[in-house]
Write a protein that binds this ligand. Structure first.
Ligand SMILES: NC(=O)NC1=NC(=O)NC1=O
Length: 172
């Protein structure tokens, strides 16, 4: 599907196709629909990014809270969204040994207790070793730093999910 086809989608189809580019936050897609027609995929992505940036801190933290833990309960129970499952499996979250799994669970819990939102990282850009390193390091940050960092990671996840749904802009 190219950007022209995206622009032609009625609201329901637009949200059906693009509603999970930010994990479990179809409201973002529903909100940017009124910004069509988008001149490019980059413009659609910018509209999503601007909507997120304009949210109050509570809204940004709400987006982070919509993300399932890496190697967490949803992965174990098979209740991840398709996109999230592919991302987590691709980064080796489904193939942790028992030591890695318990370290991941402990650090995720520690992170969540400290910040009141989960650790979010664009799993497709990292392997399991690097995810563990990042989680350990980021636990030491301040809340505002991690809120901003988590949102940056949400935007990277969104970028990759959009790329898998919409053909890249024609290079002029
Ligand atoms: N807590 C997370 O970072 N979750 C995730 N990152 C991804 O890239 N996919 C996820 O489900």
């Amino acid at each position: 599907m190219d950007i022209a086809a995206v622009n032609a989608l009625p609201y329901e189809d637009f949200v059906d196709v693009l509603g999970n580019v930010v994990e479990k936050c179809p409201i973002i897609t529903a909100a940017v629909w009124s910004g069509r027609p988008f001149l490019s995929l980059a413009a659609l992505e910018a509209a999503i990014s601007e909507f997120i940036d304009a949210l109050p801190e509570s809204g940004k933290e709400g987006i982070l809270r919509c993300h399932p833990d890496l190697a967490g309960r949803d992965l174990q129970s098979g209740s991840l969204t398709r996109e999230s499952h592919e991302e987590q499996a691709g980064s080796g979250m489904g193939a942790l040994n028992s030591e890695e799994a318990s370290l991941m669970a402990r650090l995720n819990q520690e992170y969540k207790e400290r910040f009141e939102f989960p650790f979010v990282i664009c799993a497709r850009m990292h392997d399991k070793e690097n995810i563990l390193r990042q989680l350990f390091a980021r636990c030491q940050n301040e809340r505002a730093v991690e809120r901003a960092r988590g949102i940056e990671e949400v935007k990277k996840i969104c970028h990759l999910r959009l790329q898998s749904l919409v053909l890249p802009d024609n290079r002029l």
